[in-house]
Design a binder for this molecule. Structure first.
Ligand code: ADP
Length: 273
């Protein structure tokens, strides 16, 4: 049986015993090569899910399995090799004085041999289109470039899953576009699952599947088309941004919510941008 997936099995979590549950009985799977977006209003539990996925936190109830292996203190390092994370603030992710040092850092932590590291630095910078910046100082890069380096650092460890937790939130539209293009290319070229946690509904349309969180529970799952065709429901849980309305109306006008044709996300996005 192919066990390549992240599975949340009835996961409940709270930060402290005397505090309310932040996640309640959350179950879902993320398969190999899938792109899943997790959305929901502030405080709905998205970042907590991300942290549970790579063992920054552990659930009090239920299980999280990565490729069939439970995330525990004992499996942590192996899990972190498989599940990479890119965070919101690009400036908090740099430790080295050059881009190259930064990309090497994660691999050093995993004790990779030097020859492998040299090869992977080149490959991963190439994958995010940052080859010519190898000797540059990270803090001088633009926001979008910094996030591309952060993605390269994660790619260098050769994970099967990459979580981008609000990774485009601090970027300007140009930087955001850059990152979306980068992750789309990377996912096309490698066997990778992407989990994007985002407030940016433009990002969501690119995913194959969307998980909507509400009050610590999985509230809805489906294709972007399924989700956006339920505009009223999204508004009900506080996701009433002008974008939801605009996109939902656009889909309705185009008869997309009724169509069985695959939605061309790219065309739609280019039109909206
Ligand atoms: P989201 O990513 O959807 O905004 P989070 O997972 O960050 O949601 O937060 C879910 C809930 O957990 C919120 O009520 C938040 O206040 C609480 N929370 C998050 N981090 C901590 C923490 N370190 N300690 C205590 N409560 C926290």
């Amino acid at each position: 049986m192919d066990q390549s997936q992240i599975e949340f099995r009835n996961v409940s979590f709270r930060y402290q015993e005397d505090m309310p549950w932040v996640l309640r009985n959350v179950s879902f799977t993320i398969g190999a090569d899938e792109w899943v977006a997790i959305i929901g209003h502030n405080g709905s539990g998205k970042s907590t899910i991300a942290k549970l996925m790579n063992g920054l936190l552990f659930p009090q109830e239920g299980k999280i399995l990565v490729d069939g292996e439970e995330v525990t203190q004992d499996t942590l390092w192996e899990i972190r090799k498989r599940v990479g994370m890119v965070f919101q603030n690009p400036d908090n992710q740099f430790v080295g004085t050059t881009v190259r040092d930064d990309v090497a850092f994660g691999m050093e932590n995993h004790g990779m041999p030097r020859e492998v590291m040299i090869k992977r630095i080149k490959e991963s910078l190439n994958a995010v289109g940052m080859t010519e910046f190898e000797r540059h100082e990270p803090h001088r890069l633009s926001g979008g470039q910094k996030q591309r380096v952060a993605i390269a650092s994660v790619l260098a460890v050769s994970p099967r899953y990459i979580i981008l937790d609000e990774a485009t939130a601090m970027l300007d539209p140009k930087g955001r576009k850059e990152i979306l293009k980068t992750i789309r290319t990377v996912q096309d070229e490698r066997e990778l699952s992407l989990i994007t946690i985002t407030h940016d509904l433009q990002e969501v349309t690119q995913a194959e599947r969307v998980i909507v969180m509400n009050g610590g529970e999985v509230w809805m799952q489906g294709t972007p088309r399924d989700i956006f065709s339920k505009k009223e429901s999204l508004i009900e849980i506080g996701l009433d941004t002008p974008f939801v309305s605009k996109l939902a109306d656009h889909m309705k006008d185009a008869g997309l919510e009724l169509s069985r044709e695959p939605l061309n996300h790219q065309e739609l996005l280019e039109e909206l941008w």
